[in-house]
Design a protein around this ligand. Structure first.
Ligand code: MG
Ligand code: MG
Length: 641
């Protein structure tokens, strides 16, 4: 589909916006009136700038307070419209967006509104322009698409149609099903916006919190399915009012925007091809729709089956510190890289690589971000397909500098420039490391581990403005599914924590952002110079046995207030003996339905990291988020003597 974006959706002056939009390979723009009004140049200059960048201008918007006017006001409105038509002709914009009247003076009379819109369309037709009528969710009398379509039908003019905006329809809980009944050629334009579900005034919600498809909680593929079944073949456009996007770097916002539309097209295509779709559109209608509209067919999202390895960028000092912590956690040194200063630590199926090689990508990463996780290996059903999908979705491809006989693993860059390797499942962790590492240490006698089996989740601290980018990255590129999103209190501010997981739950990630600059999360982000993994959770199948082994090895855990355990007894009616053991080791507890979660946090090291030991029991699907305040408060308090 032709991809379009409203200039209001990205930051910068008009020229900057067009550069960013063109670089992300959009086909066209909607010119938002304010962007033109404050631009030092004529509408013809804007037309030239757009054309120079290969961008069409599909829409000029908005034209307000038009229909339902008194007779005198209506005459003035027509004069006002003629001035806009002049601008549109200079811009080369073929369509004007008229939004439903929000004025308290607007007259509630559909026949009047229809007659006035007919007259406007007649004037537009003389200049070969078209009028799209959009129902705002807060329109004085017209605030539902069904109502705007009724008026457009009554107005009955070929140069008048409806504009549908997913936010205005889904935010108020209106059912989009009747869209499929509108003749497709009467839907003149389509604006797609997602949003987080917020309980607030819809106007404020719309003006400040919209985001790109896939970043929020509205079901946009389902919405688009209705629109396409109706027969719509026009532009797929984004009109996003978002306070964060207004200040974020416009190049990366525009890439997110494009990625969101690609994902939306793909998901809608899959819906239309899915015989088991929850919408009862007849099979032949869906098949015809897929033939009529070219919907992007991306390489299928990867099936992720685990975290094959994590790679830490370290220097010698950080390597020594981290190696010591890992040994107290029961990891053993399994081998050294054949040609580089890189060491592999292992326990269960967990592989941790400490990369201290000078003149390496890891060292560059270390120079920029300090000691941090610079790469994640994800076990994948088809590594090349996973990489192809990511590249199609504008992730930079990553090619490692390889030594002789080293294995090449398909890889891409994540939004923070760390590397994601797609590890073919058939390699297994044996073959993965055998070619690059000397694993003789593996055979040496050693102390038993502590029962850590696998990586349960990785948690990343992010600058607030990157949360939407990462959610979309996980969802679109890696095919993961957003889960719980919670607000947690740190002693010095609020943390928003969002979980994402692969469909089979074998790969899990948590994204944490802090509005306050004073929380530990915010300080970690600032120390890392951006998004960075701040903890890794290892799974055990026997929490208390593991904790006893870890404590014996000298692992240091965050001790939790006695008050927490007193409250736990009251909340969950747990056996005293069990709570006593939890108290002894600083184990936290959460329960939802039949699922239980036991977890404990190591003390922080290098001001950056900690590890978490977890055991999931039953169907527990979260991350112990409700206990995070206890952890954050405990981490800031000296141990009681
Ligand atoms: Mg709109
Ligand atoms: Mg965690």
């Amino acid at each position: 589909m032709r991809k379009c974006i409203a200039t209001v959706s990205v930051s910068g002056t008009l020229g900057d916006k067009l550069d960013a939009i063109a670089a992300a390979r959009f086909d066209a723009i909607e010119v938002f009136e304010n962007d033109l009004m404050y631009f030092r140049g004529s509408p013809r200059d804007v037309a030239r700038m757009a054309a120079d960048r290969g961008l069409g201008i599909d829409l000029y918007q908005p034209f307000r307070e038009f229909e339902g006017a008194g007779d005198e006001q209506f005459k003035r409105n027509l004069d006002r419209a003629e001035r806009k038509f002049d601008v549109m002709e200079a811009l080369g914009a073929p369509m004007l967006l008229v939004c439903s009247n929000v004025s308290p003076l607007a007259i509630d009379d559909d026949a009047r509104a229809a007659a006035q819109l007919h007259e406007l369309a007649e004037r537009a037709a003389r200049r070969n322009l078209r009028i799209g009528y959009e129902a705002l969710a807060w329109g004085a009398h017209v605030n539902r698409y069904g109502h705007s379509w009724k008026i457009v039908r009554e107005a009955d003019h070929p140069h008048l149609g409806v504009i549908l905006d997913s936010f205005h329809i889904l935010s108020v809980g209106d059912d989009p099903a009747a869209i499929a009944q509108i003749p497709g050629d009467r839907i003149f334009f389509l604006q797609m916006a997602d949003a987080p579900r917020l309980a607030m005034d819809v106007l404020q919600w719309s003006r400040h919190y919209r985001n790109f498809p896939g970043q929020g909680q509205l079901d946009l593929p389902r919405f688009l399915e209705h629109v396409l079944v109706a027969g719509y073949t026009g532009s797929l456009s984004l009109e996003i009012f978002n306070d964060v996007f207004r200040e974020a770097p416009n190049r990366s916002t525009a890439i997110d925007a494009m990625r969101s539309l690609q994902w939306l097209e793909e998901q809608t295509r899959l819906r239309l091809l899915d015989a088991a779709s929850d919408i009862p559109h007849p099979a032949d209608v869906r098949a015809r729709t897929v033939r009529r509209v070219e919907l992007l067919d991306l390489p299928v999202a990867p099936v992720l089956t685990g975290v094959a390895f994590l790679e830490f960028a370290v220097d010698e000092a950080a390597e020594w510190l981290l190696a010591n912590v890992l040994e107290t956690l029961g990891f053993h040194r399994a081998g050294r890289h054949r040609s580089k200063n890189v060491t592999l630590y292992r326990q269960g199926s967990i592989n941790l690589i400490l990369n201290a090689e000078p003149a390496s990508v890891a060292r560059e990463y270390f120079a920029e971000h300090g000691a941090s996780v610079c790469a994640v290996g994800l076990t994948t059903d088809d590594a090349v397909r996973a990489q192809s999908r990511a590249i199609a979705l504008h992730c930079p491809r990553f090619d490692s500098r390889l030594g002789p006989n080293e294995l090449r693993v398909p890889a891409i860059r994540a939004p923070n420039d760390s590397v994601v390797y797609f590890v073919p499942a058939e390699l297994g962790s044996g073959a993965l490391f055998e070619s690059d590492f000397d694993l003789r240490d593996e055979a040496a006698p050693r102390a038993a581990g502590a029962g850590l089996t696998r990586i349960d989740h990785i948690a990343t601290g992010l600058p607030v403005e990157e949360l939407d980018t990462w959610i979309l990255f996980y969802r679109a590129v890696l095919g993961m599914v957003p889960g719980e999103s919670l607000e947690l209190s740190d002693p010095f501010g609020l943390i928003r924590s969002s979980g994402v997981a692969s469909g089979n739950r074998s790969v899990r990630a948590v994204l944490n952002v802090s509005q306050s600059q004073s929380t530990v999360t915010a300080k970690t982000v600032s120390l890392a110079g951006g998004a960075s993994i701040h903890h890794v959770a290892f799974a055990s199948s026997d929490m208390f046995e593991t904790m006893a082994a870890l404590v014996a090895k000298g692992a240091k855990f965050v001790m939790v207030s006695a008050n927490y355990y007193d409250d736990l007894v009251a909340r969950f009616a747990l056996p005293e003996a069990q709570v006593a053991r939890m108290r002894e080791f600083g184990v936290l507890y959460e329960r939802t339905g039949d699922g239980e979660y036991f977890h404990a946090y190591t003390e922080r090291f290098a001001d950056r990291f900690f590890f978490e030991i977890v055991q999931r029991v039953g169907g527990y699907d979260g991350y112990g988020a409700l206990n995070a305040p206890a952890r954050m408060a405990s981490q800031l308090q000296p141990p009681a003597s």
